[in-house]
Design a protein. Sequence first.
Lengths: 752, 217
Amino acid sequence: MADSGKRLVQLADRIAYLIDVKGSCEWANLKDLLEKARGLRESVFDMTEDALRFEIERIEERVSFLEERVAEKLTPAETVNIVRSVQRFTLSDILENVYDSYTELGGDGDCNVDPAVVVARATVTRRVKRRTYSHQVMVIGHEKGRGEEFRNGGCAKPWGNDKALRYMKVAETEGIPIHFFIFTPGSFPIEDFPGAAQQIARNLYSMAVLRVPTVSFISEGGSGGAEAIGLSDFRLMASRGYYSVISPEGAAAIEGKIREGQKVPRELVEHCATQLHITARDNLSLGTVDRVVNEPPLGARREDYAFFRRLRYEMIRATDEVVLRTKSFRAVRAYALKRQSQEAKGVPEDFDALISWTLDDLEIERLLELRAKKYRVMGKGFYTENRSRLLRPLGGARNLARKIYYEVRYGLLRPHKRNVQKVIEEVSSEGSVFFRKVTGPVKAAYDFMFPQPEGEVKPARAEVQDRKSIFVEEWETYVSPLANEDRIVTCPNAARYGCLDLWVPDLYGEFCGVCSTCGHHFPLEYRWYLEYLADKGSVREFNAHVASGNPLKFEGFDARLRRDRARTGRRSGIITFDARVQGIRVVVAMLFGDFRNGTVGAAEGEKFVRACDRARTTRRPLLSYVHTTGGIRIHEGTLGVVQMPKCTLAVREYVDSGGLYIVVYDNNSYAGPVASFLGCSPYQFAIRSSRIGFAGPRVIRETTGEDVPPDYHSAKNALRRGHIQGIWDRRDFRKNLHDALITMGGPHLYYK
Amino acid sequence: MKSMDINLNDLLRRYRAHPFEDYRVEIPHTGVVTFKVSEGQQVHGPEGQWLHRPGTLLCLLDRERNVKHITAPCSGEVAQIRSDLDGLFVEAGLEVLSIRYRLGKEQIIDRILTEVLHLLPAPQRARYFFAPEIASKLEKRPQGEVTLQQGDEALVMSLMKRDTPVYYDAVPGVIFKVYFRPGGIVEQGAPLLGVCPPEKLQYVQKIIQRIKTEWEE
């Protein structure tokens, strides 16, 4: 009887799980079936053993049949339901069953900096030829909890991600690999210091050069939250997990233009889940994950010990592969081949060899190179290059020539020149001291006899450049087309500051879109900045042929792309160009709002990376001017999300090579780009009246359940929170940028 | 005492008979007005924790193709509306509609107190602080026990980096209500203190008590 009771409990769990997966109890009368199972459990002692067994077997048969039917045609929306089910395994199950022992660091249950992020020092063992060997690893992941409210469903708060980063650095110091486990629907969208976006950016920036092997496992990969601990050398994904740029509900709300508070139709959610290509198979084919870890047909649950065994094997193998790749090509190949032969038979009991996970300096350098290369190719081929075949080799040759020229100029000649300069400076300064002692008394006597007026002090090289500027005369010729309207507008601050109404030709002409009373900045088109920011005629666009596409064949998106192309005459949401700012040559990447709201997809990411490369090759400062960005382009799914690590890695390479990277935000800058390649800059500024943040007010309200003040994302508040370093007036943009380049870049504008 | 009771009853009766107040909506500048509400319609004022969600749209004011939205500043009912002006050019400061809203307990108490207490108005638009002596007394004893005599230095007016004492020159009494936040800017003529003569104190407290218990919102 006791056994029957246990079987009935398990049956009820299986039915409840099926209800979770289907998202409704109406399908195949699951509700009745569940009630029947529960009813039987209550009347266990009222029935004879045979009758009870007969009933249980009947229900079991029915449930098994239904499970098979669901597994046969599992939709992406149902995969999302699997991941969100309370019966799915969590990080604590993994720590218990995959690792042999572990100690949680920096927290215990709700007594924690952020209970949604769990960090543990763990030991994982492997058997080689009947001997057991253990490895030390750092485990960092999201804990969704078992109904515990304080876990926030695995939504990491900024300080949770900060904790993760702290322990990544501990692992780096100790030289032990890191295993990341991603179980998050997204990051908790609050701007309090250190800030959701800024902290993710900091994590990515640090993870780009983490000097230990890293492996990540994705069960629920919700956009930026996932990336905060997702940049790794090897990315595994659960076969019934999802990895997406946005939740299907969020995408449906945007696509269907659903108003806040209204219910999103289920069909639309299912449609979006399919369109977003969020499943493991989709991600593997897109190249955003490296391998899929197989789960049972309906996903692994907490007691799925066979799955945990497989996961342990996969984690060890993945770490081995990362380590072996840094050693020699032949060894990796042999290992991979062996893996294929053994994998067919199931999870092997023993490993072929013991591989040490400790790397020497050379191997670490190779590890970082491979990591950079891995992300560099992500998303490649998912944009189009509108250039004739004849021109392609020409472009390549030009790039090579430029590289050689600048390498010779800055790599070979510049250090010599500097050394010679240094010697001359030292000799001349020492010589002048000696010479002054001899000539001093004579000069003093001469000055006394024939006093001279004091001459001008010779300025430093940077200041000479500054004096060359005649910028005011140059930009006055361009007037915004917005000024061609005969009407007046009211400043949004009129009620508070009593601003006078403004005549549009004055506002967008003479006033440069700035309220003459309170200084509020009205939005201006990106072309105004192109004309105003750079010296006249100095803008030279490059990579304009790289065009955004519709790699996921998102329904209706082609038409929208065509419309934006026709409207703007551009092929992507970013313009990259060489320019001069008061004589200083810079490389600029400008995200602009007219094309798909400045969202970042594969083409934009590629263009940004190429801009970083160009700035590195030519040893010029890199400016990211964000006219507007709405985040990562949802229509490109995870191909868009991987632009976050990809671009951050490119920035890191550029900055580490000695480059000066400045970011200037304008209008609206939100989400993924801010949480990666923009937010990681040490020098971030904002144009007045702009808004910077991770998620907009609606998303914050829907996620946290709390309203935010209207000025929550204002530049002023971003400055207060320490996210940016200053607020610039639009009219002083050029001057301030020049000052920043001189101040932060020093006389060479490039550190090395 | 009897006469006071009668006064109190009269006051309450007056407010009970007409527990409303009208908010007059004036046009901020010239333009063509287009009404979006009708007489008798319920409107709501700004909402949200920071009053960031504007109230009901009352009318549009179009000047030089700049359409300005005039929204309801408070909740209530549109009492009077100048429908005859709809679609016409109007002058600045013209009253185009009024919103009738029901007074709450606190508002009734405030209004009655302004009639019963001796108010000390702000002589200028400036920052005001309590005089040190009064401030220390208020710290030790609750409001309603600190007495002001004629000629007492009650407040300090801080304007253009100069502190000027403000002397109390009305009938002696206790400080019953403070209408300003020390250090905050107060407009000229706005009440600073409400002083109640000791013999009227019981009567005032009775008013408040009765309104709190009898007034239905």
